[in-house]
Design a protein. Structure first.
Ligand code: ZN
Length: 148
């Protein structure tokens, strides 16, 4: 049952992060509107702000995606199906489950979905994550990592 404990911790962590991100995005949008009404906004600053906000939104989407995966995995454990691949119905490798408790796919099936993983890596470069002090791993990135 250790796996479900890990998943529950993860779920809690993700829910908090998502809430924080939502608040940040709402606040920055409100500030943004104020600045615009003052007519002295630099076009370059504006572009940076928009870029920053889009990055935040992309990260929020990834977090929500991971939360979905965690919930899915928790549900499976509750039904006694923990560790079974959703795609092919085979056993998910133990090593893989240890590293990524929220995974719902075996290594082969995760690899079949690799393009999504590549996209996520582009949206959130690893350096950007550490800049923000966010050391957790996002499912979109970790899920499709090479596990061979
Ligand atoms: Zn599979």
């Amino acid at each position: 049952m250790q796996d479900t404990e890990k998943l529950k911790d993860k779920k809690h962590e993700l829910e908090q992060l998502i809430q924080q991100k939502r608040e940040n995005i709402t606040v920055s949008m409100a500030e943004h509107t104020d600045e615009l009404s003052m007519f002295d906004q630099h076009p370059a600053d504006l572009a940076t702000d928009v870029y920053e906000r889009e990055k935040e939104l992309a990260l929020l989407e990834l977090l929500e995606y991971e939360l979905e995966q965690v919930n899915l995995a928790l549900e499976k454990y509750q039904q006694g199906d923990g560790g079974v691949c959703l795609q092919c119905g085979g056993r998910i490798e133990n090593k893989r489950l240890e590293r990524i408790p929220s995974t719902t796919l075996c290594a082969a099936c995760a690899h079949a979905q690799a393009p999504t993983g590549k996209l996520s890596e582009e949206v959130i470069p690893a350096a950007d994550m550490s800049d923000r002090g966010e050391t957790f791993q996002v499912a979109g990135y970790e899920l499709f990592e090479d596990t061979q």
